[in-house]
Design a protein around this ligand. Structure first.
Ligand code: G6P
Ligand code: MG
Length: 990
């Protein structure tokens, strides 16, 4: 956690500030920005700003509207490095309105301002500012200003400016203008801020004005895009109109006779049209028509349409959290700003900072497909589709880029607006080839969730096949490894240009498998389209077969029971976190990238990200072990990090940690965690806050077109609820401490999976979040007492070797595999033995042990076990054996109880023995029961430890003093029965 502090009071549907402060103004301008996915207007004041320099960024932006500027390389430009930047432009300012009384201008910097407040209303979709101003001559006026960018009308924004004289009647002057003198702000050294231009880029070409109408036509310098901004006005009172104009501005002055306590209303409508969507010569007419329509409709009707649009949005976007006002507000704020930021026309996308500021130059990244698109997919699937359409729209640029890189197919730009790669830092951009796979991941998710095959077969297939072709060419078969991707960068930008980044490789594997499936389906279902693709891109069955081979052969580096983030990561020194003071984060601002790269240290989720996007490809024990390894190495210096860690943390049962991550994710912007909200919102982490609830706490995964849930709730909450759209239906999910209620809110019944059980939702279904479904038994010391035989066998060996050994020391060997047991024994010897000798010792011990266990008969079952097994079987509780012994199966057979067990975990398969939870997690996985619904019984402390780490309920048999971590300890198995186990389970689980 960096520097988060509470800034705005917690209100359910609004965000309010009640004072105005130049120090924080720039941040507030972001928070109170209005947008509609196309037009984005920062929370600048209509009257302008007279504060100290550097405390305001006066900006209006149009999604996807940019200019280029040459990138200045210190030496010659390297081959393939981009020539030009793309920077989202600060455009023609249409929002200016000044108020004059007796020649004095209303200004927040005047000493006589009272009752100031500004409020974002997320249901109405407006920002409202009110204040009382007293002029130098003692005239008092209430001023209320409301504005919005219309969700219903892409090209339109509106301002309602109300002035009420409180102690006088007389003339007021409202001066409304459109101003072309705008420029982007310079970056100021932070690579996350915009790099921008020096000075004005937009050239004013024409000015038009007629009565209350005014417009400027401007054009960009390098890209030659034209932009028209027009304004129109409506007044509640009669007025005298005057027009003033300069080279690059037009001002309409309305002189009105105001009455004491009567409100003068000026409605201003602002329209933006550009040549990105329409021919330049049509822009004026389009804007005029739009403004005419707005005048006809009137402000009230437009405002009503705004609210209606939001009513529809909130149906699926709203999340209710009971018992957490702070996060409730944050969730809505995030959902609201996401809608304000997202392009919905298939030509524009969603920037990392939305359209609220100049951070990251307004660029689009992989954030879209891995965070924002999955957000919209279940809220407004059609928006998800538009985002994919954008990728299709820029596919030609991705093809060009692949050519430039010397490859076939298509490679998407890491950061772009128009489609071209614009990053001059290839190791953390072009090297992130996973962007191709991220796009296909989103495509697959979209198609599965909506069933939109027409889109898949038309536009989707182009994206999927071209990027697959790129991967097939860019990867290489390497002897002894498999299909490899060398020289790439994964999501973690603190580790660049490495071989076989696991995230990248797994994502590509998934994509290539999908591409082969889609190709087969397409040949079958739409032969004419397949034929067209054969003709257009020369795709063939052989090529598709190569994709399948590559997918099957993808290499993943494993070392010491861990998955390597890449081939070399685990062999690097670990970053010295203890020597890194808090103020040196984010590391990239304080250490050279080469120094960071040399170490094991992460900026953001990388392998953990793969556990999320490729969830079914990891066993739970693998997720747990690797999460526990990588999470402590992660700085979360990227705002994309905490939500993913929260999601996987919740999956693994680390609810407190997950909750902490959630808090940081959800209020990144409202509490300004990274102290850069002034540059714009963080759209990925905003989307991440919903993902954390739905995919994290409710554990939703979409696997092979099915929604699976594993709901849980943070201890801090009493309940939470959300809706989601899936397969044309809408599902309501409400989670309380003990239960989850699924309700079909709209559409056809849905089949979902709740904690491993398939359920059809038609009407309402209530299911428990926890239930005892499986018991996992240790063998030695729980089902039977072989501990004695193990002891005898080890004792004989110890005696031969002259090593002291007794019952007390034998405790250490319980539950521990043969190899580790021997090491324990040899610890007490002065001699060192060779590998060959050790093998011999183990063999001898085992031979002796096998002789001893010949004596085992059914009557050697420990007391009460026979009855317990019967009882559990009768109640359909599933059973497994998790024993470190390789002789387990033989012993169960001798005991005559093999038939009770659905699974016996093969101790030979284990990468790590107890106390590692692997063995218990493998047992649960084999049973198909989530760990939280399992209870484990153990007699050794290492085993109890393993059960606890596996997030299961642990019952100990033996001495409570030794088995301190067990939820409950019994002195003998005699005490065990179903009632006792259920009881213990429910006590422990709550
Ligand atoms: C069980 C016993 C241990 C034993 C281990 C390996 O966990 O409690 O004492 O070392 O199994 O048994 P094995 O039969 O494979 O040598
Ligand atoms: Mg045991």
């Amino acid at each position: 956690m960096r520097s988060g502090q509470i800034i705005y009071p917690f209100e359910p549907w609004t965000v309010t500030e009640s004072s105005f402060d130049t120090e924080t103004n720039q941040r507030d301008e972001t928070v109170f920005a209005v947008g509609n996915g196309y037009i984005g207007i920062r929370g600048n004041f209509e009257e302008g700003y007279d504060g100290p320099p550097g405390t305001s960024l006066h900006g209006t932006y149009l999604n996807g509207f940019y200019d280029s500027s040459p990138i200045a390389y210190p030496k010659a430009r390297h081959y393939g490095h981009p020539r030009v930047h793309q920077t989202m432009l600060n455009v023609t300012d249409g929002k200016l309105v000044e108020l004059y009384v007796d020649g004095e201008k209303f200004n927040l910097f005047s000493e006589r301002i009272g009752e100031y407040s500004r409020r974002l209303d997320m249901r109405k979709g407006t920002v409202i500012r009110t204040q009382v101003w007293e002029t130098a001559t003692g005239k008092k006026l209430r001023i209320r200003i409301e504005r919005f960018a219309s969700f219903a009308r892409k090209h339109l924004a509106a301002i309602r400016y109300e002035v009420t004289p409180l102690n006088f009647s007389g003339e007021i002057l409202l001066a409304s203008s459109v101003d072309g003198r705008v420029a982007n702000q310079a970056g100021g050294g932070d690579p996350r801020a915009g790099s921008a231009f020096n000075g004005q880029v937009l050239q004013t070409k024409e000015a038009y004005e007629h009565r209350t109408f005014g417009a400027l036509l401007q054009s960009t310098s390098m890209t030659n895009f034209a932009l028209l901004c027009g304004v129109e006005h409506a007044l509640s009172h009669a007025y005298e109109l005057e027009t003033a104009a300069g080279d690059q501005w037009i001002e309409k002055r309305f002189r009105v006779q105001a009455e004491e306590n009567g409100t003068v209303v000026l409605d201003k409508f602002i329209a933006y049209y550009t040549s990105r969507d329409n021919p330049e010569e049509k822009l004026l007419q389009l804007a005029t028509d739009e403004l005419e329509a707005a005048l006809t409709a009137g402000y009230a009707e437009l405002a009503a349409a705004q609210q209606a649009f939001l009513d529809e949005y909130w149906k699926s976007a709203d999340i209710l959290v009971q018992g957490d006002a702070e996060l409730q507000q944050a969730l809505r704020f995030n959902a609201y700003h996401l809608l304000q930021s997202v392009g919905r026309d298939g030509r524009t996308n969603i920037g990392a900072k939305g359209i609220t500021g100049e951070g990251y130059d307004g660029h689009y990244f992989w954030d879209t497909e891995t965070y924002m698109l999955p957000y919209f997919l279940y809220v407004q699937p059609d928006i998800a589709k538009q985002l994919l359409k954008f990728r299709h729209y820029i596919l030609p640029k991705a093809r060009e880029r692949a050519r430039e890189m010397g490859e076939a197919g298509a490679l998407y730009a890491w950061r772009t607006i128009g489609g071209e790669e614009t990053s001059a830092y290839p190791s953390a951009s072009t090297a992130q080839i996973h962007i191709n796979a991220d796009i296909c991941y989103a495509l697959k998710k979209y198609v599965e969730a909506t069933g939109d095959k027409p889109f898949l077969y038309e536009e989707g297939a182009d994206i999927l096949f071209e990027t697959s072709r790129y991967f097939a060419g860019a990867g290489a078969w390497i002897e002894g490894r498999g299909f490899c991707f060398t020289g790439v960068t994964g999501p973690d930008e603190y580790t660049t240009v490495v071989d076989n980044n696991a995230y990248t490789n797994l994502m590509i594997k998934d994509q290539l498998e999908y591409a082969a499936q889609v190709a087969a389906a397409l040949r079958e279902e739409r032969p004419e389209r397949w034929a067209a693709l054969v003709a257009a891109m020369g795709i063939s069955e052989e090529e598709v077969a190569r994709w399948s081979e590559a997918a099957a052969g993808i290499y993943i580096h494993r070392q010491n029971g861990l998955i390597g983030q890449d081939d070399s990561f685990l062999n690097k020194p670990v970053w010295d976190f203890t020597a890194t003071p808090e103020e040196n984060y984010p590391l990239m601002m304080h250490y050279h990238s080469l120094r960071i790269n040399r170490h094991q240290v992460l900026k953001q989720a990388d392998l953990v990200m793969a556990m999320y996007t490729q969830s079914p490809r990891f066993a739970t024990w693998e997720k747990q072990r690797n999460y526990n390894y990588y999470e402590p190495l992660t700085t979360h210096d990227s705002s994309l990090s905490t939500c993913i860690h929260g999601i996987i943390g919740a999956e693994l049962g680390y609810m407190d940690k997950a909750y902490g991550f959630f808090q940081q994710t959800a209020r990144v912007d409202l509490d300004d965690y990274h102290l850069n909200v002034k540059d714009g919102i963080h759209t990925a982490s905003m989307a991440g806050s919903r993902l954390m609830i739905v995919d994290g706490f409710a554990g939703m995964r979409q696997v092979d077109g099915e929604l699976q849930f594993a709901p849980d709730i943070p201890a801090q909450w009493t309940s939470y609820a959300f809706n989601l759209r899936f397969a044309g239906s809408m599902l309501s999910v409400q989670v309380t401490k003990d239960h989850t209620v699924y309700r079909l809110a709209e559409g056809e019944p849905l089949t979902i999976c709740h904690l491993g059980n398939r359920v059809e939702i038609e009407g309402e279904v209530t299911l428990p979040n926890r239930a005892l479904e499986a018991v996992i038994f240790d063998l030695d010391g729980v089902l039977t007492d072989t501990a004695e035989f193990h002891y005898e066998a080890w004792l004989e060996l110890a005696n031969e070797l002259g090593i002291p050994f007794d019952k007390a020391y034998n405790e250490n060997l319980k539950g521990v595999d043969r190899r580790t047991s021997l090491e324990f024994l040899l610890q007490r010897s002065d001699r060192r033995y060779s590998e060959v000798e050790k093998e011999r010792f183990m063999q001898r011990k085992n031979e002796r042990y096998r002789e001893l266990i010949h004596r085992i008969r059914p009557e050697h079952l420990l007391p009460g076990i026979g009855e317990l097994l019967e009882e559990l079987k009768a109640r359909d509780i599933r059973m497994a054996v998790a024993s470190a012994s390789r002789n387990a199966a033989a012993i169960l057979a001798s005991l005559g109880i093999t038939g009770y067990f659905d699974e016996i975990v093969d101790a030979g398969m284990l990468e790590r023995g107890k106390p590692d939870p692997e063995i218990f997690l493998r047992a649960a996985e084999a049973l198909g029961v989530p760990p939280r619904n399992c209870l484990g019984i153990e007699d050794a402390s290492s085993g109890v430890e393993a059960i606890r780490c596996a997030n299961m309920v642990a019952i100990g048999i033996g001495d409570p003093g030794t088995l301190i971590n067990a939820h409950r300890v019994f002195s003998s198995t005699r005490k065990l029965n179903l009632a006792i186990l259920s009881d213990s389970y429910h006590l422990a689980a709550n």
